[in-house]
Design a protein around this ligand. Structure first.
Ligand code: MRU
Length: 373
């Protein structure tokens, strides 16, 4: 991603200092562009938990670096295995819905296990975190390539007039390492000269759409319009949406999709209006162990203050403003589950498949080798 003429990923190792990981701090965007430094597993944990970084692929990669930083800081006071398992549990507890954290942390533990000394383990964890990061980036690029023909077809059908794409939350470059998931086909379509326009759901309560997706699209020069979360159904009824593309925090092997709260309502409205609803996701977001999204995916409950206060710019300063009565009870569900029956296709790094078990198996057969299908 190019920001003001400079190429960025969302997470990287500090130049000339391997003991520091740097990330783009998303909590001040679009008002301020800040870089945050992480030097311990505690830093990584709070940075993920407090959503200075967010988005399933990115928090997975950050957690992988968290294990590496735990090894950088290892002081021999605790037995190494115990120390690493406690770091792993801490990172896994930072955000419960995105399965990417578990996959990345477990991959680190598996790799580390092959070495004996703390030094060897640290070097291996460093290399593996970089590998996971590069793989996520490449997978997002591939999602873009596989998703592009879907947008191209709609553009042909519309004889070149703008393809209107609705997206929810930020499943963009900021949520990943580069390209994004839902946004990758959009960027690729725009770059190849296809006329696209994005309807950006504001995504209450934290406004990832209005703050982050809109900022990303602006940086890339993609036309967009922010709408309230409740406007999607209305604009679908009036022919203003050609396709919905969203990301995923956890997808079951049967194709149920957990994503930012409100995604399910968009899927219902898309279904009622015969609008294709696609989910773009790398395989790191698939939970290979569960089949029933509604009952098995843990839904994160966040602090109700995220509903009661809203962040904005007042006289050039970022401030929080209370928008409800002080003592009003509020409940902040972070995600919802869209049942597979409302999903027209999953766009993955290996191609597009239907949201059902046999289609997912056909793309990722190695994940099912020992199961009875
Ligand atoms: O709570 P967030 O902002 O981390 O939620 C993120 C989403 O819902 C994204 O759509 C999802 O992580 C996919 S990111 C490519």
């Amino acid at each position: 991603m190019n920001i003001a003429g400079k190429e960025y990923n969302t997470i990287w190792v500090k130049e000339n200092d391997n003991s520091i990981i740097q990330v783009i701090d998303q909590s001040f965007l679009p008002f301020e562009f800040r870089i945050k430094e992480l030097s311990s597993v505690e830093d990584v944990y709070t940075t993920i938990k407090d959503m200075h970084i967010r988005g399933a692929p990115l928090i997975g990669v950050a957690a992988a670096f968290g294990i590496y930083l735990a090894l950088v800081k290892y002081d021999q006071n605790t037995p190494l295995n115990e120390y690493l398992l406690s770091a792993a549990e801490k990172l896994k507890s930072s955000r419960p819905t995105a399965i990417n954290i578990k996959h990345a942390v477990d991959s680190q533990l598996e790799v580390i296990n092959m070495y004996n000394t703390a030094d060897e383990k640290r070097n291996a964890a460093f290399k593996n975190a970089l590998k996971i990061s590069e793989t996520e980036k490449e997978n997002c690029r591939l999602i873009g390539e596989f998703g592009l023909p879907v947008i191209k077809n709609i553009s042909h059908q519309k004889k070149g007039s703008p393809v209107n794409i609705l997206t929810h939350c930020n499943a963009g470059w900021l949520a990943c390492i580069d390209y994004g998931t839902a946004t990758a086909p959009i960027y690729m379509a725009h770059d190849s000269g296809i006329n696209v326009h994005v309807w950006v759901d504001e995504t209450r309560p934290r406004n990832q759409g209005a703050r982050l997706t809109a900022w990303e699209l602006e940086q890339h020069g993609v036309p967009f319009t922010i709408i309230t979360d409740n406007a999607g159904g209305h604009i679908m009824q009036h022919g203003l949406v050609d396709i919905v593309i969203v990301g995923s925090d956890r997808t079951t092997i049967t194709g149920d999709v957990a994503n930012k709260i409100g995604t399910y309502l968009k899927a219902l409205a898309a279904n009622d209006n015969n609008i294709p609803f696609y989910v773009a996701l790398p395989s790191s977001s698939i939970d290979w162990n569960i089949e029933d999204g509604i009952n098995e995916i843990p839904i994160e409950l966040r602090d109700s203050d995220e509903i009661k206060y809203i962040q904005g710019l007042i006289n050039g300063k970022i401030k929080n403003v209370m928008i409800t009565g002080d003592n009003f009870p509020a409940r902040n569900f972070g995600f919802d589950v869209t049942p597979a029956k409302f999903v027209n296709g999953l766009i993955t790094e290996r191609g597009i498949c239907k949201a059902n078990k046999s289609s997912i198996i056909s793309l990722f057969p190695e994940k099912f080798k020992n199961s009875d299908k």
